[in-house]
Design a binder for this molecule. Structure first.
Ligand code: ASP
Length: 147
């Protein structure tokens, strides 16, 4: 079992995201957030968009490719469908790290948004990447903790 976590994206907003892969190769993602400061009443951010109309913004998991969880400016994340975009680049042969960097750079240049992601591939490679100033992350593999 491999379990990378991300903690926080922009300032102290408190997102918690997780992706995991088990010994059978099943992947999963989870993302929790309080949203953004001064958000409008009724706003639905990216975190809830794991499927449906805006498929794969705040998180996405597919046993064939891998899983990702995102944090950052939700409106930007939704515009580029960030989580699914990362898995798309992995489907095209990029490593989790390169796919995350390409997608985060696209979000920055195309819509001016910053964020962070954790990614695990179906073969167990993982990465934590961000375009914000910082992002805390941790991973557990074979009972070994990395932060
Ligand atoms: N992505 C979240 C939102 O825009 C914020 C966060 O990452 O905590 O609602």
């Amino acid at each position: 079992m491999l379990l990378p976590l991300l903690l926080g994206g922009l300032r102290d907003l408190g997102t918690v995201g997780a992706v995991a892969i088990d010994s059978a190769g099943n992947v999963a993602c989870a993302t929790s957030t309080g949203g953004l400061t001064n958000k409008r009443v009724g706003r639905v951010g990216d975190t809830a968009c794991i499927g449906g109309i805006l498929q794969g913004s705040g998180g996405y998991a597919d046993n064939i490719v891998g899983a990702t969880s995102t944090t950052g400016h939700g409106e930007s994340i939704m515009k580029v469908v960030l989580a699914r975009l990362i898995l798309y680049h992995m489907e095209q042969g990029k490593s989790p790290e390169d796919a995350a960097d390409v997608a985060l750079n696209y979000m920055k240049t195309r819509v001016g948004g910053l964020g962070g992601v954790i990614v695990v591939s179906s073969s167990g490679d993982w990465t934590a990447r961000f375009s914000t100033k910082q992002m805390a992350w941790a991973t557990i593999k074979d009972d070994q903790l990395q932060i």
